[in-house]
Write a protein that binds this ligand. Structure first.
Ligand code: ADP
Ligand code: MG
Length: 374
């Protein structure tokens, strides 16, 4: 049965003083697929290993279902936490066949040997490996081994499934196929899942909810859509995909929360970009962060352009072209979608869509406003 997971102010200081977790707190409802996303070194593996009971917390509390598995006094070992794990490096038993690797996970449930092997074959069928049950790990490809590892984790039918970058060792094509399989198998099993990755696209594709980790701190926890349309900090915005960051200064006498104009420091935009400030400080200097989905190519003289620049690169992507557009003063916008090939050097206009433009303060890297429609 899927369990609720509660994590409260967990902290982990490694011997030597490395402070890997700095107090993240969150709750994961039963059956939710939660992805923890963050750059290398942000504390993802430490958090997952702490949930599993492989690492001991320095402080804080972890509750799985109704059981406190870790707090100041308690530290339940992994085998008493009702969870299963899938690692980056498959970690199959080399001396057991695929089927016996999966059946092994059923041992603690005291199923009779032939019943366990029967169930193991059922789940191997479901991950598309029914015909390879008698092979040893060395006789399987990386993707097949990872599917065995997934089958082994799913067959255990635990309250919590933990995955540490299970796709990162696979090549791109197989990674995408396995992502689809994991997504449907895990949801079919109804397990509460914590899945960690440093890959933003993988996170957004898989998750019901995404938690962003930065230096051991949980900086945002929301649905992928909310994070995309409302990033909490410049770090989050950058890590989840920007096509440009423009240095801007708020001009005008903006009596916030009204509309104020933003003029880039070293160049002026053709058509004013309006932002609504959250803080009331009209003298903000900061970054205008722009999502690739918020930029449209337009006629540089047609009146709709916010920015005008020239094409520095044009790349054929099959479905469309992607342009890099250089603006004055060293600013650059990449990932501009075009239906047609636009030769290098062409002067183009860019129209910005308000929903994907965010203003971050230069000093605090906090979000202080958003662009609005005029
Ligand atoms: P991630 O999985 O996000 O890459 P980790 O949890 O592996 O991050 O690491 C978080 C931080 O803790 C890093 O600075 C890392 O160097 C450090 N760290 C990880 N494991 C240990 C360890 N066993 N001893 C000391 N420091 C560690
Ligand atoms: Mg890691």
């Amino acid at each position: 049965m899927a369990e609720r997971l509660v994590v409260e102010k967990v902290s982990k200081v490694y011997p030597g003083g490395n402070h890997a977790l700095r107090g993240p707190s969150f709750t994961v409802e039963p059956g939710t697929f939660m992805v923890l996303l963050g750059p290398s070194g942000s504390g993802k593996t430490t958090l997952l290993r702490s949930l599993a009971g492989i690492e001991r917390l320095s402080s804080g509390r972890i509750v799985i279902g109704t059981t406190v598995v870790a707090d100041g006094k308690t530290h339940l070992p992994p085998e008493r936490r009702d969870l299963a794990m899938v690692f980056q490096d498959y970690a199959l038993w080399p001396h057991l066949t695929a089927r016996d690797n999966v059946a092994f996970a059923l041992r603690r449930r005291r199923l009779a040997r032939h019943a366990a092997r029967g169930r193991a074959m059922d789940i191997l069928e479901r991950v598309g490996l029914g015909h390879l049950g008698d092979r040893f790990p060395t006789q399987l490809s990386g993707g097949e081994q990872q599917r065995v590892a997934l089958a082994r984790a799913l067959v255990a039918d635990t309250g919590l499934l933990l995955c540490d970058e299970p796709l990162s060792n696979l090549d791109a094509d197989l990674r995408e196929r396995m992502r689809v399989e994991i997504s449907s198998l895990v949801r079919e099993a109804g397990a509460t899942t914590i899945y960690i990755t440093h890959d933003q696209q993988e996170a957004f594709a898989l998750a019901d909810r995404v938690g962003l980790l930065h230096d051991g701190v949980l900086v945002q926890l929301a649905t992928p859509e909310e994070i995309y349309s409302s990033p909490a900090s410049l770090f989050v915005a950058r890590f989840t995909g920007l096509c440009a960051e423009l240095d801007v200064r708020v001009t005008g006498d903006g009596v916030a929360p009204g509309h104020v104009q933003v003029g880039p420091v070293a160049f002026s935009s053709v058509r004013p970009i309006q932002v609504r400030l959250a803080t009331g400080d009209a003298k903000e200097h900061g970054s205008l962060a722009i999502r690739p989905t918020a930029v449209r190519l337009c006629d540089p003289e047609g009146g709709s352009a916010h920015l005008v620049g020239h094409v520095a690169d044009t790349a054929f992507r099959g479905r469309h072209y992607e342009l890099v557009v250089d603006l004055p003063a060293g600013h650059r916008v990449s990932g501009v979608v075009s239906e047609r090939r636009v030769p290098r050097g062409t002067v183009v206009g860019l129209e910005l869509e308000s929903g994907g433009c965010f203003l971050f303060s230069a000093d605090r890297a906090e979000r202080v406003g958003s662009a609005v429609d005029q």
